[in-house]
Write a protein that binds this ligand. Sequence first.
Ligand SMILES: Nc1ncnc2c1ncn2[C@@H]1O[C@H](COP(=O)(O)OP(=O)(O)OP(=O)(O)O)[C@@H](O)[C@H]1O
Ligand SMILES: [Mg+2]
Length: 372
Amino acid sequence: MSGERARILVVDDEKVIRDSCTRILTTEGHIVKSAEDGNIGLEVFREFHPDIVLVDLKMPGKSGMDILEEIEGSDPNVVKIVITGYATVSSAVDAMQRGAYDFIPKPFTPEEISLIVARGLERRRLFLESEALRVEQERIRRNMISLVSHELRAPLAATVQYLEVILGGMAGKISSEAKEMIDRCNIRIKELLELLSRWLNLATFDPDKMAEHFQDISLSNIATESIELLKPLAEEKKISLILEKPDDLPPIKGSKVSLGEIFNNVISNAIKYNKAGGWAKVKLYERDEEVWVEISDNGSGISEEHLQRIFDEFYRVDGRRNAPVKGSGLGLSIVKRLVEAHGGMIDAKSRFGEGTTFRISFPKFFQRQKEG
Ligand SMILES: Nc1ncnc2c1ncn2[C@@H]1O[C@H](COP(=O)(O)OP(=O)(O)OP(=O)(O)O)[C@@H](O)[C@H]1O
Ligand SMILES: [Mg+2]
């Protein structure tokens, strides 16, 4: 599509309709091709790469609905408009469900067809813009991945090795002051390396691959293990950890490691963003076809404006470098990806100053549908 000059394909068995569409739309500066039946229409479609296709629903041979479906399957971003002699609501709805954008009943005036095509073109422009944006985002993401893994991680890892050689005394004697400073450098660089690995894992995460290793998992066990792991942190911050679960919670399909990561991240937040004497509670229950996890706390809470963004990569409510509670802002974005890879959903409710509740649901019988 260049400027407002579009490529338009008209598929209709009635010659007068093909001719009148061609005349009206060519006059407006568009490039128009037409076909008298479905098979020819699809052939032209493949070679012509139209922006818009106008399809008659009722034709002998291949039906308009079949054509819609095939076009939708090969390029959903092509705008499809249905021409219908019997403008019943049900046939129009049916066509919309198969990807049609709009419909025009026969007979129509030149103004009507112009208007509907103009609307379709606007739609096509938005499709193309969002597609271009998606491609650009993907390009940036790939560049970031290669920058992080090669240009950043490799030299940092090499630096750590040198520092360890120096700290080990293999490069000669160093003063205790120097040793202390190099030690601190070493720790900081290792933290940075850890952050880069977490981000890389997130950016290159492949849900299909993870789903290949799904097995029956008891969330009761995962919750118990996670609480056990975080007990020292909770004790240090004087937070009590509570687990509420039925004895007969059914298993879900999932990855043990990833489910553990979900619980660890959310429970550690409930401890980190809390005050001495506070509590963090994990509640598990079954409802219909799902197992639900509620992780709540009576900690700092999150105000509405921040709450919408906590699942964004690197987002922290207190984003200052010297924020009292340390973190990278990656935890919840990782959690969200992992929950979704299990076919689940996560949301958060919070009241500033009172506490926060994360609710996660997992389907009991999840079968991943491969995309594309
Ligand atoms: N239970 C909670 N109570 C209050 N604030 C929370 C809670 N959980 C998350 N937050 C807020 O959401 C932000 C994002 O959380 P997230 O777990 O993604 O990152 P983080 O904890 O800052 O770092 P990381 O988990 O990567 O170490 C946190 O910085 C915090 O401000
Ligand atoms: Mg966190």
